[in-house]
Design a binder for this molecule. Structure first.
Ligand SMILES: [Fe+2]
Length: 358
C-alpha cells in the first residue's frame, strides 16, 4: 500500500532574479503601446496594487513577496523531509519547452534518467541575473525516476487513461522550468544543488488554445487585435482531475512513498487579457482559494477550460491533477496560504495535503 503526500507550490520564474528585477514583467507590459494609457497609469490601479508599486516600482514589495514565497516553500520542504518520499511526481505546465509544433500531447510522463539542468537559462534569455549571484551557466543534477515513470505510464494506460511518455529530454531548449524551478525553490538555500529526492515530471498542456499561438509566453495586444491563430484546447479541468484520481489509484497498488506536487502559480497577469496583462484576476483566484479551503469540490469541478483561460488561470490545470489525486486518497488539506500580489505577475498558492499531525 503506497503512502502519498500532496503539495502545491509555485515555480514563479522571477523569484530566481534579484528584487530589483522582480517587477520587470509589469514594466515590460506597460511599454506595450496598444494598452490604453489610463490603464497603465498607477493612479487608476487598485489601492493594493498602488501600495506595492509605491515610489520604487515595487522594489521594497519584492523583498516582502520573496519572504512570503520562501516561507511557503520552507513549509513544503519541511513536510517533504518529514515524509521522506522515494520520489516526487510533479505536475507542471510545458511552456513551449518539450511541447512544440512537432507534437502537443495533453499530458506526458517524463521517464527520464538523471539530467543536468541549467536553472537560470530562462532568465538568462531575457537578460536578468540570478538571485544567487552564480555564473549564468551554473547547473545542478535533477534526478529522474524512469522506472517509476514506466510503471505510472503502464498503470494509467491499463486503467484506460491514454498517457504519453518520453525517455529523453528535447535537445536545444532549456529543461521545462516548471520542473527545474520546483527543485531550485525547494532547495532555495543551495540553489537546487543539494535536493535529495528524484523527480518524475508529468507535463500538462496547460496553455491549450495558446500553446503555439503564444509559445508559452505573453502576446502583444496588437497581435491579439489582429486575431490569433488558436490551437485546439488542452485537457479539460475535469479530465485533469480524473487523471490525478487515476494516478493515485495506480500508485495505491504499489509500495511507493510518493509526494504528488502541483507546480504552478494561479492567475497570471500576462495571460489575463481582460485586465490588459497588468494584473492577475484577483477575484477568480480568491474564489477558487476559498473553495479549496472550504473543501468545496463542486466549485472547482464546475470550472471549464475557457473559464481558466479567461481568468489567466491556465496553469491551474496542474492543481486540478493534484486535487484529483488527493480526493481519491481522501487526504485532507493540512495547511495552505494564498500569497496575493498585483504587481508580481501572479498570485501564488501553497498547500500541503495529508500531512499527519499538521
Ligand atoms: Fe508556468
Amino acid at each position: 500500500m503506497a503512502e502519498l503526500l500532496g503539495l502545491g507550490l509555485t515555480h514563479y520564474p522571477l523569484l530566481a532574479v534579484q528584487d530589483k528585477y522582480m517587477s520587470s514583467l509589469l514594466r515590460a507590459t506597460r511599454r506595450d503601446p496598444d494598452i490604453p494609457e489610463r490603464e497603465k497609469d498607477p493612479a487608476n490601479w487598485p489601492e493594493q496594487m498602488r501600495a506595492e508599486w509605491s515610489d520604487d516600482r515595487g522594489l521594497a514589495a519584492a523583498a516582502g513577496h520573496r519572504a512570503e514565497l520562501l516561507d511557503g516553500l520552507r513549509r513544503c520542504r519541511a513536510a517533504l523531509d518529514e515524509f521522506r518520499p522515494d520520489a516526487l511526481i510533479v505536475f507542471g505546465d510545458d511552456q513551449y519547452e518539450n511541447f512544440r509544433e512537432e507534437i502537443i500531447p495533453p499530458f506526458c510522463v517524463l521517464a527520464l534518467p538523471d539530467v543536468k539542468v541549467q536553472p537560470y537559462a530562462p532568465m538568462n534569455e531575457i537578460g536578468l541575473p540570478n538571485a544567487w549571484g552564480q555564473p549564468e551557466d551554473s547547473s545542478f543534477e535533477l534526478r529522474g525516476a524512469p522506472e517509476l515513470g514506466k510503471s505510472v505510464a503502464t498503470g494509467l494506460l491499463e486503467a484506460g487513461f491514454d498517457m504519453s511518455y518520453a525517455y529523453r529530454q528535447r535537445e536545444g531548449i532549456h529543461f521545462p522550468h516548471a520542473i527545474a524551478n520546483t527543485q531550485l525553490y525547494l532547495d532555495y538555500e543551495h540553489a537546487g544543488a543539494t535536493f535529495p529526492y528524484p523527480m518524475l515530471p508529468i507535463l500538462v498542456n496547460c496553455y491549450g488554445r495558446h500553446v503555439i499561438a503564444r509559445k508559452g509566453g505573453m502576446a502583444k495586444f496588437a497581435d491579439i487585435a489582429r486575431g490569433e491563430e488558436l490551437d485546439p484546447p488542452g485537457p479539460s479541468p475535469v479530465r485533469c482531475f480524473e487523471m490525478g484520481r487515476a494516478l493515485a489509484r495506480t500508485l495505491r497498488e504499489s509500495e511507493h512513498r510518493v509526494a504528488i506536487v502541483a507546480s504552478s502559480s494561479w492567475s497570471h497577469a500576462f495571460l489575463n487579457d481582460k485586465q490588459w496583462h497588468l494584473m492577475p484576476d484577483m477575484d477568480a483566484d480568491r474564489a477558487l482559494y476559498r473553495a479549496l479551503v472550504d473543501g468545496d469540490l463542486d466549485t472547482w469541478l464546475r470550472v471549464r477550460g475557457d473559464d481558466l483561460a479567461a481568468a489567466g488561470q491556465q496553469e491551474m490545470l496542474n492543481w486540478f491533477c493534484l486535487l484529483g489525486a488527493m480526493t481519491e486518497i481522501e487526504a485532507p488539506l493540512s495547511w495552505s496560504a494564498l500569497v496575493e500580489t498585483y504587481i508580481f505577475n501572479s498570485n501564488k498558492c501553497f498547500a500541503i495535503f495529508g500531512q499527519e499531525g499538521a
